[in-house]
Every structure is written in structure tokens, then in C-alpha cells.
Ligand binder design. Structure first.
Ligand SMILES: Cc1cc2nc3c(=O)[nH]c(=O)nc-3n(C[C@H](O)[C@H](O)[C@H](O)COP(=O)(O)OP(=O)(O)OC[C@H]3O[C@@H](n4cnc5c(N)ncnc54)[C@H](O)[C@@H]3O)c2cc1C
Length: 278
């Protein structure tokens, strides 16, 4: 069967979804939908799409059993505008193809990320990579934002002065901060997008990349809604249990002692209560 079209995705093609203060995500193009996953999974015995219910069941079976290759048949191209510090985390996902704006070729725009005052937080004491939940006084929030803004303005003025002296763009840019916005085209298939979303929609991911992941997921639902439902059911909303944890759960079901150390038991409890993998 030729092109698979999703009417919901067609409606949002080229539409910019705002992310952070100046960023966005735009779905440039897509290839395949849930239908393509079903077609490619059934190719071995020559049958295409059946009823929606059967298709949903097949997709759920494939995802549940990690038959991932049919999900690679669906491909997305996004245009994304994001701060460089978010881009550095993003680029760690190697299973995508991308083209980024060149600071050697183009003059970079005077656009920097400034967090919302409510996002200014202290270092977390329990999560070494994260922020604490305590709300800071307004004057502290404002002071931090003003400091970010001043340094960004200084850095851009210095950059502009170097360009005025005809210093090479590839050098003039090197003192611009990580908050500078960049843009790229990013192409990824659905299997690898799910992997990205699982990691970057998680509460442990930095908020500034998480908000991009959440928008990507909303866009993804317009292209492959059945797959997204299965993804939430089995991957995003699920957790893995270790061999010892499974044994402990069996023990508990049999009314026996879990047989785990207190630390391991706490970890298992946390998983069961919150779905969080510690
Ligand atoms: C909350 C969080 C905190 C993090 N903190 C840090 C940190 O402090 N420091 C740091 O350096 N990184 C950090 N990372 C990045 C992390 O270690 C991974 O590099 C990133 O999440 C990409 O994951 P991935 O390699 O599975 O994804 P992808 O690159 O998309 O790869 C997907 C899968 O393909 C396979 N694959 C891809 N390329 C190869 C290859 N060359 N060889 C073998 N298999 C391959 C692997 O199975 C991999 O899981 C963090 C990530 C998260 C989500």
C-alpha cells in the first residue's frame, strides 16, 4: 500500500508548537502511521490492515514482546529550536539523523533561554543531578534571572563587536553561553523516538528537555495513536523487575517474607507505589 496518511498529523504539519521561552517544535514530515506498522508486521503472510481492534491488538502484541522493527518503519522529521545545553543532552541519542544551523557560516541570533522565575531552584540534596522542590523567595528568583540576562547581553555584545571587526564567525562565537538557542532538523524512527521519550519524559530528566519530549509525544500521537497507547501501557507507565524482585513478589504473594534487604525492599516499594525506577 502507498503513502499512509494521518488526517490528524496533516492538520499540524508545519505548525510551530512553542517550547520554553523562545523554542519550538514543528513536524516537517512523516512517513508511515500505525497502518504501516501493521502492514510491515503482516507482510510475511501477505495480509494488510484488518479491523481497528485487530490492528490495535497486533501493535500492542508487537510492543509488549519487543518486536521493534515494524516501529522503525515509521519516520518523523522535526524542525526544533532549542538552547544549546538542551541540545547537548539531546545529541546523546545517536539513533537519529540531524542537520544543525552552522555558527561558522551564519551569524547567530541574539536569542537566549531565560528560565521562568518559578523554575529557579536550589541544588537537590537527594538527587545529585536535580533541583530541590523548595520555592525560593521572589527576590532570589529575580536576582538569578537578572544575572543570567546581564551575562547573556554582555556575551552577545562581545560577539557582535568581534563580527564588526570581521573576526571569523567560527571564532567570534566561542564565548557565547550554553543558553544560546540553536536550531536543527531531526529525523528519527518511532522505535528510537519511544526510547528517547522513555528517557526524557521521565521525572529524572532535566525539565528543559522534558518539556520538549512532552511536545514530541503529543505530535507523535497524531501520527501513530495506537502505538502511543501501547507505549504508555508497556513502556512509559511500566517498570522492570529484577530476578530478585520477582522472587520477592512471589514470596509476598505466598504470604512469606520478601527475602530482600531493607534497602532493596524500599526500592521495590517505591517502584510499586510510584512506578519510578530508582
Ligand atoms: C536522566 C539522564 C541523566 C543522564 N546523565 C548523564 C551524565 O551524567 N553523563 C553522561 O555522559 N550522560 C548522561 N546521560 C546520557 C545517557 O548516558 C545516554 O547517553 C543517553 O540517554 C542516550 O541513551 P542511549 O545510548 O540508550 O540512546 P541512543 O544513542 O538513542 O541509542 C539507543 C540504543 O541503541 C543502541 N546503540 C546506539 N548506539 C550504539 C553504539 N555505538 N554501540 C552499541 N549500541 C548502541 C543502544 O542499545 C542504545 O540504548 C543521561 C541521560 C539521562 C536520561
Amino acid at each position: 500500500m502507498a503513502h499512509c496518511i494521518s488526517l490528524e498529523a496533516e492538520k499540524i504539519l508545519d505548525k510551530q508548537f512553542k517550547v520554553l521561552d523562545k523554542g519550538f517544535i514543528r513536524l516537517v514530515d512523516y512517513m508511515g502511521t500505525d497502518e504501516r506498522i501493521v502492514q510491515s508486521a503482516r507482510v510475511s503472510y501477505g495480509k494488510g490492515t484488518k479491523t481497528l481492534r485487530e490492528d490495535a491488538g497486533l501493535i500492542d502484541y508487537l510492543l509488549r514482546n519487543k518486536h521493534t522493527s515494524p516501529f522503525e518503519q515509521v519516520v518523523f522529521t522535526f524542525h526544533i529550536k532549542l538552547p544549546i545545553f538542551v541540545a547537548r543532552q539531546w545529541i546523546r541519542h545517536r539513533t537519529a539523523r540531524l542537520n544543525e544551523v552552522s555558527g561558522r557560516y551564519s551569524v547567530l541570533k541574539n536569542e537566549f533561554y531565560l528560565p521562568h522565575p518559578e523554575d529557579i531552584a536550589l541544588q537537590s540534596t537527594d538527587n545529585k543531578q536535580g533541583r530541590a522542590d523548595t520555592v525560593l523567595p521572589k527576590e532570589v528568583q529575580d536576582e538569578v534571572i537578572a544575572s543570567f540576562k546581564d551575562r547573556q547581553e554582555e556575551a552577545y555584545e562581545a560577539y557582535s563587536r568581534l563580527l564588526d571587526k570581521n573576526i571569523a564567525r567560527e571564532l567570534a562565537r566561542i564565548n557565547l553561553p550554553l543558553s544560546t538557542y540553536t536550531e536543527w532538523y531531526w529525523q528519527i524512527d518511532l522505535h528510537n523516538l519511544f526510547h528517547f521519550l522513555k528517557l526524557r519524559m521521565d521525572a529524572h530528566a532535566q525539565k528543559e528537555i522534558r518539556v520538549y519530549a512532552e511536545v514530541l509525544f503529543e505530535i507523535c500521537k497524531t501520527v501513530a495513536p495506537l502505538s502511543c497507547e501501547s507505549f504508555v501501557r508497556h513502556q512509559l507507565g511500566g517498570v522492570n523487575f529484577s530476578k530478585d524482585e520477582l522472587a520477592a513478589l512471589r514470596n509476598l504473594l505466598d504470604g512469606k517474607d520478601a527475602g530482600l534487604s531493607q534497602k532493596d525492599l524500599d526500592r521495590l516499594n517505591e517502584k510499586l507505589k510510584t512506578g519510578r525506577q530508582l
